[in-house]
Design a protein around this ligand. Structure first.
Ligand code: PMP
Length: 361
């Protein structure tokens, strides 16, 4: 059988591992930070109507500039943004890839702060950009001083700040972004995939955009919007940034079906986001429940919780899986990550953890 190493593959891809969240279908799936609540029936019906219209016209290429969608995304974000500030792609993974294609690439570097989203180094390698892993303060927090010092020392072409950080959940304060931007010569990307789960009233990095033409805020409909299967990520930035991305995007990269489905959800954004407060309640319940069981949950502004104090993460993972519950092993010693589910799913997870502690002391 031919193996990958037999192929004339690029040297810099040899020995690499693909993105690897296990795709197991079990009763309670809390492993990839999805919104586990179903899409409301009336929204489904509206989206289906739009998809039917889109398919009727699918003999033609879709709007390459997805103008209506950019308009709707600008309306959703507010902050005085217009469609010229908006760009979208097939998931925020593709947004990040396009940013690295345009602003990273061979001979260039991208700085992130580990442990962070595991796709960053993979997107870096795919685009031939060298990944530079900065570090964090205690409890995976990131201070302005440390972050700016990494920028000063490594002079990266791109910086990715994950706010809140995956897989730790830890928030990023705006002064870190300001300090990094002031120090950086290159593009500063703030990945706000989980921004809708911020505590009420906490400002988004969108408030920092005016006057910062190298700042990019990346968002997604995969998390709070319960739309992971549709693949719609987007960004807000200076219009010159979106012009740069036009140089690297594939023509017609957003299918007519994707555009129609995204527009349908945005037309019902309040309803689509109705479960966000409930998910935050379940997230806080996980934090309290795990702490009461003797684990240590990190501070989180997202829809997931990283917790420490697990003597044998693989054993916990396997025993939960045997009960039909999947969570995530991140390769962080003594730690596991779990997404907040519905009230019932969260209860099943916490009950299973309590039984585990009882069995193993
Ligand atoms: N950024 C972060 C921090 C994430 O956790 C994820 C999904 N796990 C993504 C980006 C990508 O999400 P999507 O491509 O579905 O928008």
């Amino acid at each position: 059988m031919t193996s990958l190493s037999d192929l004339p593959i690029r040297d810099d891809l040899r020995g690499r591992e693909p993105y690897g969240a296990p795709q197991k279908h079990v009763r309670v799936e809390l492993n990839v930070n999805e919104n586990t609540h179903p899409i409301p029936d009336d929204v489904q019906a509206d989206v289906l109507g739009r998809l039917a219209k889109a398919i009727a016209g699918a003999n033609r290429y879709p709007d390459r500039e997805f103008v209506e969608l950019r308009e709707a995304l600008a309306g959703y974000l507010g902050h005085g943004l217009s469609r010229d500030n908006l760009w979208a792609a097939n998931g925020s993974n593709e947004i990040l890839q396009q940013l690295l294609q345009a602003f990273g690439g061979p001979g260039r570097t991208v700085l992130g702060f580990a442990p962070t989203y595991s796709m960053y180094p993979l997107l870096a390698s795919g685009t031939g950009t060298a990944w530079v892993a900065g570090d964090r303060d205690a409890d995976y927090e990131l201070s302005a001083g440390r972050a700016a010092e990494w920028v000063r020392r490594t002079q990266p072409d791109v910086v990715i700040l994950c706010s809140p950080n995956n897989p730790t959940g830890t928030p990023l304060s705006l002064d870190v972004i300001e300090a990094v931007y002031a120090e950086a010569q290159g593009v500063v990307v703030v990945d706000e995939a989980y921004a809708e789960f911020f505590p009420a009233g906490q400002p988004s990095a969108l408030t920092l955009l005016p006057g910062r033409e190298r700042l990019v805020i990346s968002r997604t409909m995969s998390k709070a919007f319960a739309y992971a299967g549709v693949r719609l990520g987007y960004l807000a930035a200076d219009p010159a940034i979106t012009d740069a991305l036009r140089l690297v995007r594939l023509p017609y990269h957003l299918s007519a079906l994707t555009q129609a489905a995204a527009l349908g959800a945005l037309a019902h954004s309040r309803e689509m986001l109705a479960m966000v407060d409930e998910i935050k309640v379940q997230r806080d319940r996980i934090v309290d429940g795990l702490n009461a069981l003797g684990f240590r949950a990190y501070r989180t502004w997202s829809n997931f919780v990283l917790f420490d104090g697990v003597a044998d993460p693989r054993e916990v993972f396997d025993e939960l899986l045997a009960e039909g519950i999947i969570i995530r092993e991140m390769g962080i010693p003594n730690s596991l990550r779990v997404s907040a589910g519905t009230e019932a799913e969260t209860g099943e997870f916490l009950d299973a953890m309590a039984r585990y502690v009882e069995r193993h002391g």
